[in-house]
Design a protein around this ligand. Structure first.
Ligand code: PHE
Length: 461
């Protein structure tokens, strides 16, 4: 095996086709990163964790932990050229270390799988909203009625199951055809369109008379509302929103050409991702305050808030339809990337792409049914209630907590240790290029592991 590159013919016959340009990789990575995490999750967890101070911690986590880890994962992916499991094993072996490092890839693949199972259920919510918006159902809707409409959806296992199934089907469809085909074309118009629509929503939010209040809420840090747990949530969200520690970026990195700057590319992806999240916050909170809604309302926040905003806007029916369509697409390009690690791994084991995608999707769909039920019939079922931290947490809450707050930080910690301490610096320098390497290396060696450990420590004790 050549010392500078562990990618070789042994990729079990699945020679990956490379992205056709740096632009396409950025679009695919942004497609993976930008999704429900930015538009659905970021506003509601910001609301639950008190606003400004939480946003500040989240931004710091993105800058000093998220971006270096993204660089690490893309670098490892390109070097290994396989599924995340195969990549971690192969790169470790090439460093003369144990192939057990593949465990990091296994945990990432598992996290992505669990996330996909509930992500599909939430993404499914966009579809009845598209139908309702197209029928003009939001016109002049009051906040209570919007809340009741959302409550009605959650109360119906049949509806949730239907849309969950449709969404998983869509995910499998693209995945089975190979990510490059569908994805390359879709994301290059989708992301700009979503951006423009968010700007329009922010424009509307400015007319509500509560824009200033939202700015204060989002950007004036009130550290008294910051707990050890909200710091962990901010850290976890930095990984979730950038699709890290889930194999997604590592799998996509495997398709990246050698001459592309990983550092510049990672910055670009992270900045776009953060911009979308902040725009979503600026669009949503003014409406929340203008209508006396609760910022801490929870997972329903945007589904209750935005219909009210659209309902009062000129051309609201049209914009609402477009918005939920774009949100669906954004979720779709993310879910495809969640399935990629598993599908690539199965391919390496000799399973055909179509079979792998259908099998993986079906399994995630089955697990997703428990999320559907935890929103209604099982909403009182808190299987881990014996632990204080999990009191009142449904299965869906547990999947979310386990992936974002435990598996992802742990996976990132191990990745940082691997690239910072196990891998020879010459090898990472060969991928990352001179300019950024020294800084990156110092950060992944010290800052990232210590940061994650300190945050874990304060959450355990
Ligand atoms: N980053 C995606 C989002 O914000 C979620 C995701 C997590 C995608 C993990 C891939 C892997 O919606």
């Amino acid at each position: 095996m050549v010392a500078t590159n562990v990618q070789g013919k042994e990729s079990a016959g699945v020679t990956p086709a490379l992205w056709s340009s740096r632009f396409v990789f950025i679009m695919a990575a942004v497609g993976s990163a930008v999704g429900l995490g930015n538009i659905w999750k970021f506003p509601y967890i910001t609301g639950q964790n008190g606003g400004g101070a939480f946003v500040l911690v989240y931004l710091i986590c993105i800058a000093i932990i998220g971006i270096p880890i993204m660089m690490s994962e893309v670098m490892l992916g390109r070097r290994g050229g396989k599924s995340p499991i195969g990549t971690m094993g192969a790169v470790a072996a090439a460093e003369g270390r144990s192939r057990n490092w593949a465990g990091v890839g296994i945990m990432a693949t598992l996290a992505a799988f669990l996330i996909l199972s509930f992500y599909s259920v939430i993404a499914g919510w966009t579809m009845p909203y598209i139908v309702e918006a197209a029928k003009g159902g939001f016109a002049g809707i009051a906040a209570e009625d919007s809340g009741a409409m959302f409550g009605g959806l959650l109360a119906s296992p049949g509806q949730l199951l239907l849309w969950h199934s449709v969404f998983m089907g869509l995910t499998v469809l693209v995945s089975a055809g190979g990510v490059k085909h569908g994805l390359e074309r879709a994301v290059s118009w989708l992301m700009p369109a979503l951006f423009v629509l968010l700007l329009i929503l922010v424009g509307y939010a400015m007319t509500t008379g509560h824009f200033g209040e939202a700015l204060v809420f989002l950007f004036r840090p009130d550290f008294s509302s910051l707990t050890a747990e909200s710091i962990l949530v901010a850290l976890g969200h930095a990984f979730f929103t950038l699709s890290l520690a889930s194999g997604a970026m590592m799998a996509y990195g495997a398709y990246l050409k050698k001459d592309v700057s990983i550092a510049r590319t990672s910055f670009t992806v992270a900045i776009m991702d953060v911009c979308v999240a902040l725009l979503a916050g600026l669009a949503i909170f003014p409406v929340v305050f203008a209508h006396g809604l609760q910022p801490g309302e929870g997972p329903g926040l945007i589904f209750v808030t935005l219909p009210v905003a659209f309902g009062q806007m000129p051309g609201g029916g049209f914009f609402a339809t477009l918005f939920f369509v774009l949100l669906l697409f954004a979720a779709w390009t993310s879910s495809i990337s969640m399935l990629e690690s598993l599908v690539r791994f199965l391919e390496e084991k000799g399973v055909g792409r179509v079979k792998a995608a259908v099998g993986g999707g079906l399994a995630a769909w089955l697990v997703g049914i428990t999320t559907v039920l935890s929103l209604n019939l099982w909403s009182d079922f808190a299987p881990l209630a014996m632990f204080e931290r999990f009191e009142g947490k449904t299965l869906f809450d547990i999947y979310d907590y386990l992936t974002a707050n435990i598996m992802m930080p742990l996976g990132a910690l191990l990745t940082a240790i691997f690239v910072g301490w196990v891998m020879k610096p010459e090898h990472s320098a060969a991928e990352l290029g001179g300019q950024w390497h020294a800084l990156w290396h110092a950060v992944v060696r010290y800052v990232t592991p210590i940061g994650v450990l300190v945050i874990f420590y304060f959450n355990l004790f």
